[in-house]
Write a protein that binds this ligand. Sequence first.
Ligand code: UDX
Length: 437
Amino acid sequence: MKNIAIIGTGYVGLVTGVCLSEIGHHVTCVDIDQAKIETLQQGISPIYEPGLEELTKDNVQRGRLHFTTSYHQAFAEAEVIFIAVGTPQNPDGSANLTYVQQVSEQIGRHLTRRDTVIVTKSTVPVGTNRKVRDWIISQAPVDTRIHTVSNPEFLREGSAVQDTFQGDRIVIGTDSPFASILMEEVYSPFGLPIFSTDIESAELIKYASNAFLATKISFINEIANLCEKLGANVEDVAAGMGMDTRIGSQFLRAGIGYGGSCFPKDTKALVQLAGDVQHNFDLLESVIRVNHEQQRKLFTKAMEVLGSLQGKRIAMLGLAFKPNTDDMREAASLILIEELQKAGADIIAYDPIAMKKAQAILGDTIEYSQSVTECIQNADAAMIVTEWEDIKNTPLSTYVEQMKTPVILDGRNCYTIEEAAGYPVSYYSIGRPSSTT
Ligand code: UDX
């Protein structure tokens, strides 16, 4: 078992650290955020992620998992150092590498071993791992040997722990045989397929994968928009397409576009990266444009259905960018709220988990409610934005009983057309025929 240091206890760093300790490695996670480290030392997870807190507590108790703000302490014994700090978006869409550079220089200053393997988990543009090496070496003792590895992660929020143990592949990009052997040792207990390649290809695999998944989503959303005009049903179209194993049935759920911390950022960064080498990635630019429109789709529908939105009470069901997370980054809800407010609507929102995070962003510009039933009371229209279980399972009769006018704009196709037709509701969904009373 290895001595591992992980820098950054955000989503990627924390999940990676906890899971590596669970398979028996000795892991020290380091972060500059003192409050966060203190919370983690008590075994409390600062993010909502199923299973994470239990594993954190358990491994802290077993003495395999440590949290510290001291680089010195974290790197003292480390054979492998993972960089998992944020790469936020620059105003032009490119990835900001300030944090990666800062921690690389810190690594250089604190190295004690002759050979250290440095693994980049953060999503970084092609070429960054080479820079990481230079940044470290610029600060390190002269005889230090740095072995860099690009090891992108493919975790989904809401199932990050499960994805780590049951992922489709582990990608390891390195030109160092020393690092290659060590990484095999680190990851082999997971029993997952390991794909080994060069550094640049590994860096690009992450961007290409996310861009491809985003393309699938924008593609099916365009088909959905076409379905609405042609009278077809996008769910049947997607099901029929997905039966072709070359296409596959996953990521063909039409809706109100993709959000979250990865797809919007990574698609823009890849366009930028392509531009840097004079390549026009027109296809991906269209994917981004389609998503921009799709995230506003429920607003457009509300305008069509209700006419003026001035003084209308709109119930927003779901705020997080997807279910099982409290993450509000690039959530369609935020875009919709802005558009609706500009048009004069009053908004009352409900989300089972993300309300606190939403409140930190939106303050008292909207009303908040504690349940679906309370949220839709006296509303002129309800917008289903996130397909949480309790939202999906709300009987349509509740809308009929509670709303001023039972107009449902379902951005996640939570009800079947047949179900909706059985109630006196006006039901509009994505890429399917509407049923109006
Ligand atoms: C994604 C990738 O799946 C993961 O591999 C990568 O490491 C990080 O980005 P995540 O952002 O957690 O993970 O969410 P994901 O479940 O992939 O969904 C992303 C967005 O796409 C959500 O807004 C979701 O609602 C939307 N989506 C997904 C669709 O609209 N339709 C689909 O069929 C699938």
